[in-house]
Design a protein around this ligand. Structure first.
Ligand code: TK8
Length: 335
Protein backbone atom coordinates (compact mmCIF):
# COMPACT_ATOMS: atom_id res chain seq x y z
CA UNK A 1 0.00 0.00 0.00
CA UNK A 2 2.70 2.41 1.06
CA UNK A 3 4.68 1.71 -2.09
CA UNK A 4 1.67 2.40 -4.29
CA UNK A 5 1.04 5.77 -2.63
CA UNK A 6 4.67 6.70 -2.90
CA UNK A 7 4.73 5.71 -6.55
CA UNK A 8 1.60 7.62 -7.50
CA UNK A 9 2.87 10.63 -5.55
CA UNK A 10 6.13 10.43 -7.42
CA UNK A 11 4.28 10.23 -10.74
CA UNK A 12 2.10 13.19 -9.82
CA UNK A 13 5.15 15.18 -8.79
CA UNK A 14 7.02 14.28 -11.95
CA UNK A 15 4.01 15.29 -14.02
CA UNK A 16 3.63 18.61 -12.29
CA UNK A 17 7.27 19.34 -12.92
CA UNK A 18 7.08 18.21 -16.53
CA UNK A 19 3.85 20.12 -17.19
CA UNK A 20 4.01 23.22 -15.05
CA UNK A 21 1.67 25.21 -17.26
CA UNK A 22 -0.97 22.88 -18.66
CA UNK A 23 -1.75 21.43 -15.24
CA UNK A 24 -3.48 24.74 -14.41
CA UNK A 25 -5.18 25.27 -17.75
CA UNK A 26 -8.64 23.93 -18.56
CA UNK A 27 -10.53 23.91 -21.86
CA UNK A 28 -12.40 27.19 -22.12
CA UNK A 29 -14.59 29.03 -24.59
CA UNK A 30 -14.67 32.81 -24.59
CA UNK A 31 -17.27 34.72 -26.58
CA UNK A 32 -16.43 38.37 -27.17
CA UNK A 33 -19.23 40.83 -27.93
CA UNK A 34 -18.52 43.95 -30.00
CA UNK A 35 -20.53 46.77 -31.48
CA UNK A 36 -18.04 47.58 -34.21
CA UNK A 37 -17.40 45.80 -37.51
CA UNK A 38 -14.69 43.16 -37.82
CA UNK A 39 -12.43 45.40 -39.93
CA UNK A 40 -12.37 48.02 -37.15
CA UNK A 41 -8.99 48.10 -35.30
CA UNK A 42 -10.65 46.15 -32.47
CA UNK A 43 -10.44 43.23 -34.93
CA UNK A 44 -6.63 43.58 -34.98
CA UNK A 45 -6.60 43.67 -31.20
CA UNK A 46 -8.75 40.56 -30.92
CA UNK A 47 -6.49 38.74 -33.41
CA UNK A 48 -3.36 39.60 -31.43
CA UNK A 49 -5.02 38.71 -28.13
CA UNK A 50 -6.25 35.39 -29.54
CA UNK A 51 -2.83 34.46 -30.89
CA UNK A 52 -1.27 35.26 -27.52
CA UNK A 53 -3.88 33.11 -25.74
CA UNK A 54 -3.33 30.24 -28.17
CA UNK A 55 0.38 30.27 -27.47
CA UNK A 56 -0.05 30.54 -23.71
CA UNK A 57 -2.68 27.79 -23.43
CA UNK A 58 -1.37 25.45 -26.10
CA UNK A 59 -4.63 25.98 -27.99
CA UNK A 60 -6.87 24.87 -25.09
CA UNK A 61 -9.14 27.90 -25.36
CA UNK A 62 -11.62 28.76 -28.11
CA UNK A 63 -12.10 32.48 -28.73
CA UNK A 64 -15.18 33.54 -30.71
CA UNK A 65 -15.71 37.21 -31.50
CA UNK A 66 -19.14 38.49 -32.53
CA UNK A 67 -19.24 41.78 -34.45
CA UNK A 68 -21.69 44.60 -35.22
CA UNK A 69 -23.77 44.18 -32.04
CA UNK A 70 -24.80 40.63 -33.07
CA UNK A 71 -24.77 39.57 -29.40
CA UNK A 72 -26.48 42.80 -28.29
CA UNK A 73 -25.30 46.33 -27.65
CA UNK A 74 -22.54 47.36 -25.24
CA UNK A 75 -24.78 47.78 -22.21
CA UNK A 76 -26.82 44.60 -22.79
CA UNK A 77 -23.60 42.64 -23.23
CA UNK A 78 -22.10 44.11 -20.05
CA UNK A 79 -25.25 43.09 -18.16
CA UNK A 80 -24.87 39.54 -19.52
CA UNK A 81 -21.30 39.53 -18.21
CA UNK A 82 -22.52 40.57 -14.77
CA UNK A 83 -24.93 37.66 -14.62
CA UNK A 84 -22.29 35.26 -15.94
CA UNK A 85 -24.07 34.35 -19.20
CA UNK A 86 -21.44 35.91 -21.50
CA UNK A 87 -17.66 35.94 -21.12
CA UNK A 88 -16.38 39.20 -22.63
CA UNK A 89 -17.32 42.53 -24.17
CA UNK A 90 -15.13 45.26 -25.61
CA UNK A 91 -17.25 48.28 -24.80
CA UNK A 92 -16.97 52.03 -24.80
CA UNK A 93 -16.99 53.32 -21.25
CA UNK A 94 -19.91 55.63 -22.07
CA UNK A 95 -22.88 53.20 -22.02
CA UNK A 96 -21.36 51.61 -18.88
CA UNK A 97 -22.08 54.81 -16.96
CA UNK A 98 -25.48 53.18 -16.31
CA UNK A 99 -23.55 50.59 -14.26
CA UNK A 100 -20.75 52.74 -12.79
CA UNK A 101 -21.50 56.50 -12.85
CA UNK A 102 -17.86 57.44 -12.19
CA UNK A 103 -16.96 56.18 -15.70
CA UNK A 104 -18.65 59.34 -16.94
CA UNK A 105 -15.34 61.05 -16.27
CA UNK A 106 -14.20 59.84 -19.71
CA UNK A 107 -17.18 61.56 -21.35
CA UNK A 108 -16.28 65.02 -20.11
CA UNK A 109 -15.87 67.23 -23.20
CA UNK A 110 -12.30 67.99 -24.25
CA UNK A 111 -10.82 66.13 -21.26
CA UNK A 112 -7.95 64.71 -23.33
CA UNK A 113 -6.07 66.26 -26.18
CA UNK A 114 -3.69 63.60 -27.51
CA UNK A 115 -3.33 59.84 -27.79
CA UNK A 116 -0.11 60.03 -25.75
CA UNK A 117 -2.00 61.72 -22.95
CA UNK A 118 -4.74 59.09 -23.15
CA UNK A 119 -2.22 56.23 -22.93
CA UNK A 120 -0.46 57.78 -19.96
CA UNK A 121 -3.74 58.35 -18.13
CA UNK A 122 -5.31 54.96 -18.87
CA UNK A 123 -2.20 52.83 -18.37
CA UNK A 124 -1.25 54.73 -15.24
CA UNK A 125 -2.61 55.08 -11.74
CA UNK A 126 -5.87 56.68 -12.81
CA UNK A 127 -6.71 53.83 -15.18
CA UNK A 128 -6.14 51.35 -12.36
CA UNK A 129 -8.23 53.45 -9.98
CA UNK A 130 -11.17 53.35 -12.43
CA UNK A 131 -10.71 49.65 -13.24
CA UNK A 132 -10.78 48.86 -9.51
CA UNK A 133 -14.38 50.11 -9.42
CA UNK A 134 -15.57 47.34 -11.72
CA UNK A 135 -15.37 44.12 -9.62
CA UNK A 136 -18.12 45.43 -7.30
CA UNK A 137 -20.33 45.34 -10.42
CA UNK A 138 -19.26 41.77 -11.26
CA UNK A 139 -16.98 42.98 -14.05
CA UNK A 140 -13.19 42.81 -14.43
CA UNK A 141 -11.38 45.23 -16.75
CA UNK A 142 -8.40 43.54 -18.42
CA UNK A 143 -7.11 46.58 -20.36
CA UNK A 144 -8.01 49.84 -22.02
CA UNK A 145 -8.06 49.81 -25.80
CA UNK A 146 -8.54 52.76 -28.13
CA UNK A 147 -11.84 53.98 -29.48
CA UNK A 148 -10.30 57.33 -30.33
CA UNK A 149 -11.06 61.01 -30.67
CA UNK A 150 -14.65 61.54 -31.66
CA UNK A 151 -15.70 63.72 -34.60
CA UNK A 152 -19.13 64.88 -35.67
CA UNK A 153 -20.66 63.69 -38.93
CA UNK A 154 -23.97 64.95 -40.32
CA UNK A 155 -26.16 65.40 -43.38
CA UNK A 156 -27.07 69.07 -42.92
CA UNK A 157 -24.03 71.37 -43.17
CA UNK A 158 -20.36 71.59 -42.28
CA UNK A 159 -19.95 72.49 -38.62
CA UNK A 160 -17.51 75.40 -38.50
CA UNK A 161 -18.81 77.34 -35.53
CA UNK A 162 -20.90 76.96 -32.40
CA UNK A 163 -23.99 78.20 -34.27
CA UNK A 164 -23.72 75.38 -36.80
CA UNK A 165 -24.72 72.79 -34.18
CA UNK A 166 -28.07 74.51 -33.83
CA UNK A 167 -31.11 72.25 -34.15
CA UNK A 168 -29.19 69.32 -35.57
CA UNK A 169 -30.74 65.97 -34.63
CA UNK A 170 -27.72 64.09 -33.32
CA UNK A 171 -27.42 60.62 -31.89
CA UNK A 172 -25.41 60.47 -28.69
CA UNK A 173 -24.29 57.51 -26.60
CA UNK A 174 -26.64 56.58 -23.80
CA UNK A 175 -25.54 58.78 -20.95
CA UNK A 176 -26.37 62.15 -19.42
CA UNK A 177 -22.97 63.72 -19.91
CA UNK A 178 -23.07 63.32 -23.69
CA UNK A 179 -26.70 64.38 -23.66
CA UNK A 180 -25.87 67.52 -21.65
CA UNK A 181 -22.88 68.33 -23.88
CA UNK A 182 -24.84 68.13 -27.11
CA UNK A 183 -27.92 69.86 -25.75
CA UNK A 184 -25.68 72.66 -24.51
CA UNK A 185 -24.22 72.94 -28.03
CA UNK A 186 -27.75 73.57 -29.26
CA UNK A 187 -28.47 70.24 -30.90
CA UNK A 188 -31.54 68.08 -30.55
CA UNK A 189 -29.73 65.10 -28.99
CA UNK A 190 -31.12 61.56 -28.83
CA UNK A 191 -29.45 58.76 -26.86
CA UNK A 192 -29.34 55.60 -28.96
CA UNK A 193 -27.48 52.27 -29.01
CA UNK A 194 -24.69 52.09 -31.56
CA UNK A 195 -26.28 49.25 -33.54
CA UNK A 196 -29.24 51.45 -34.50
CA UNK A 197 -27.21 54.41 -35.76
CA UNK A 198 -26.69 53.45 -39.40
CA UNK A 199 -30.39 52.87 -40.07
CA UNK A 200 -31.41 56.00 -38.18
CA UNK A 201 -29.03 58.04 -40.36
CA UNK A 202 -30.14 56.25 -43.52
CA UNK A 203 -33.85 56.82 -42.92
CA UNK A 204 -33.26 60.42 -41.84
CA UNK A 205 -34.62 59.83 -38.34
CA UNK A 206 -31.47 61.67 -37.21
CA UNK A 207 -29.06 64.01 -39.01
CA UNK A 208 -25.83 63.40 -37.18
CA UNK A 209 -23.68 61.15 -35.03
CA UNK A 210 -20.20 61.38 -33.56
CA UNK A 211 -17.44 58.76 -33.62
CA UNK A 212 -13.77 58.46 -34.55
CA UNK A 213 -12.80 58.33 -38.25
CA UNK A 214 -12.11 54.59 -38.03
CA UNK A 215 -15.72 53.97 -36.97
CA UNK A 216 -17.23 56.37 -39.52
CA UNK A 217 -15.23 54.34 -42.04
CA UNK A 218 -15.71 50.73 -40.87
CA UNK A 219 -19.40 51.18 -40.01
CA UNK A 220 -19.90 52.85 -43.40
CA UNK A 221 -21.49 55.97 -41.97
CA UNK A 222 -19.88 57.88 -44.86
CA UNK A 223 -22.50 56.29 -47.13
CA UNK A 224 -25.29 58.12 -45.30
CA UNK A 225 -23.54 61.33 -44.20
CA UNK A 226 -22.38 64.37 -46.20
CA UNK A 227 -20.17 66.26 -43.74
CA UNK A 228 -17.55 65.36 -41.16
CA UNK A 229 -16.15 68.06 -38.87
CA UNK A 230 -12.93 67.58 -36.96
CA UNK A 231 -14.29 68.33 -33.47
CA UNK A 232 -12.22 65.90 -31.37
CA UNK A 233 -14.62 66.65 -28.53
CA UNK A 234 -14.02 63.45 -26.54
CA UNK A 235 -11.77 60.41 -26.29
CA UNK A 236 -13.88 57.57 -24.94
CA UNK A 237 -11.75 54.48 -24.34
CA UNK A 238 -12.79 50.86 -24.76
CA UNK A 239 -12.73 48.61 -21.74
CA UNK A 240 -11.91 44.95 -22.33
CA UNK A 241 -14.25 43.45 -19.78
CA UNK A 242 -14.66 39.89 -18.59
CA UNK A 243 -17.47 38.50 -16.49
CA UNK A 244 -16.31 38.32 -12.87
CA UNK A 245 -18.41 35.22 -12.01
CA UNK A 246 -16.67 33.46 -14.93
CA UNK A 247 -13.24 34.98 -14.22
CA UNK A 248 -13.48 33.66 -10.65
CA UNK A 249 -13.61 30.07 -11.97
CA UNK A 250 -10.23 30.57 -13.74
CA UNK A 251 -6.99 29.48 -12.08
CA UNK A 252 -4.56 32.20 -11.11
CA UNK A 253 -2.43 31.26 -14.06
CA UNK A 254 -5.37 31.49 -16.45
CA UNK A 255 -6.31 34.90 -15.05
CA UNK A 256 -2.75 36.07 -15.64
CA UNK A 257 -2.91 34.87 -19.25
CA UNK A 258 -6.03 36.99 -19.73
CA UNK A 259 -4.38 40.11 -18.32
CA UNK A 260 -1.15 39.59 -20.27
CA UNK A 261 -2.86 38.84 -23.58
CA UNK A 262 -5.30 41.76 -23.24
CA UNK A 263 -2.19 43.97 -23.03
CA UNK A 264 -0.64 42.31 -26.09
CA UNK A 265 -3.98 42.93 -27.84
CA UNK A 266 -4.02 46.51 -26.61
CA UNK A 267 -0.68 47.36 -28.12
CA UNK A 268 -1.64 45.86 -31.50
CA UNK A 269 -5.06 47.50 -31.35
CA UNK A 270 -3.77 50.99 -30.59
CA UNK A 271 -1.16 50.71 -33.30
CA UNK A 272 -3.77 49.61 -35.84
CA UNK A 273 -6.15 52.35 -34.70
CA UNK A 274 -3.56 55.06 -35.19
CA UNK A 275 -2.41 53.68 -38.52
CA UNK A 276 -5.96 53.28 -39.83
CA UNK A 277 -7.16 56.71 -38.73
CA UNK A 278 -5.51 58.54 -41.66
CA UNK A 279 -6.55 55.83 -44.11
CA UNK A 280 -10.11 56.03 -42.86
CA UNK A 281 -10.13 59.79 -43.23
CA UNK A 282 -8.96 59.40 -46.81
CA UNK A 283 -11.67 56.81 -47.55
CA UNK A 284 -14.29 59.18 -46.12
CA UNK A 285 -13.02 62.01 -48.36
CA UNK A 286 -12.85 59.68 -51.38
CA UNK A 287 -16.48 58.73 -50.78
CA UNK A 288 -17.40 62.35 -51.44
CA UNK A 289 -17.91 63.48 -47.86
CA UNK A 290 -16.85 67.08 -47.16
CA UNK A 291 -14.40 67.12 -44.25
CA UNK A 292 -13.55 70.35 -42.46
CA UNK A 293 -11.33 71.60 -39.65
CA UNK A 294 -12.62 74.17 -37.21
CA UNK A 295 -10.70 77.41 -36.60
CA UNK A 296 -8.95 77.86 -33.24
CA UNK A 297 -11.24 80.75 -32.53
CA UNK A 298 -14.42 78.77 -33.13
CA UNK A 299 -13.01 75.82 -31.17
CA UNK A 300 -12.36 78.11 -28.19
CA UNK A 301 -15.99 79.23 -28.34
CA UNK A 302 -17.24 75.64 -28.49
CA UNK A 303 -15.08 74.60 -25.52
CA UNK A 304 -16.26 77.59 -23.55
CA UNK A 305 -19.89 76.71 -24.27
CA UNK A 306 -19.59 73.19 -22.80
CA UNK A 307 -17.29 74.05 -19.87
CA UNK A 308 -20.26 73.98 -17.50
CA UNK A 309 -20.77 70.26 -18.13
CA UNK A 310 -17.90 69.53 -15.70
CA UNK A 311 -19.66 71.28 -12.85
CA UNK A 312 -23.04 69.80 -13.67
CA UNK A 313 -21.65 66.24 -13.87
CA UNK A 314 -19.68 66.45 -10.64
CA UNK A 315 -22.43 64.91 -8.57
CA UNK A 316 -22.95 61.85 -10.75
CA UNK A 317 -19.26 61.24 -11.54
CA UNK A 318 -18.00 62.23 -8.11
CA UNK A 319 -16.17 65.51 -7.46
CA UNK A 320 -13.21 63.51 -6.10
CA UNK A 321 -12.93 61.54 -9.36
CA UNK A 322 -12.87 64.74 -11.42
CA UNK A 323 -10.31 66.26 -9.10
CA UNK A 324 -8.20 63.14 -9.37
CA UNK A 325 -8.24 63.09 -13.16
CA UNK A 326 -7.33 66.78 -13.28
CA UNK A 327 -4.41 66.24 -10.91
CA UNK A 328 -3.17 63.25 -12.90
CA UNK A 329 -3.51 65.10 -16.20
CA UNK A 330 -1.63 68.09 -14.84
CA UNK A 331 1.21 65.74 -13.87
CA UNK A 332 1.17 64.07 -17.29
CA UNK A 333 1.27 67.47 -18.98
CA UNK A 334 4.13 68.53 -16.73
CA UNK A 335 2.21 71.45 -15.25
C1 TK8 B 1 -19.38 50.03 -30.32
C2 TK8 B 1 -19.47 51.34 -29.56
C3 TK8 B 1 -19.12 52.51 -30.43
C4 TK8 B 1 -19.19 53.79 -29.64
C5 TK8 B 1 -20.57 54.38 -29.86
O1 TK8 B 1 -20.04 49.09 -29.58
O2 TK8 B 1 -21.54 53.83 -29.32
O3 TK8 B 1 -20.70 55.37 -30.56
O4 TK8 B 1 -18.21 54.69 -30.03
O5 TK8 B 1 -17.92 52.30 -31.06
O6 TK8 B 1 -18.69 51.25 -28.40
Amino acid sequence: MKTIITTSLAVALAMSVALPASAQISDRTIRIANGVAEDHPVGDGVDAMTQCINEATGGAWTINAFWSSSLGDDLQSAQSLRSGTLEMVISSTSPLVAIEPALGVFDLPFLLSSAQEADALLDGEFGTYMADMMPQHNLVNLAYWENGFRNLSNSVRPVESLEDFDGMRVRVMQNNIFLDTFQTLGTNATPMAFGEVFTALETGAIDAQENPYVTIDTSRFYEVQDYVSNTRHAYTPFMVLISKPIFDTYSQEEQQILFDCAIVGRDAQREASRALSDESLQRIIDAGVEVNDISDEAMAEIREAVAGVYERSAESIGADVIERVNTELAAIRGQ
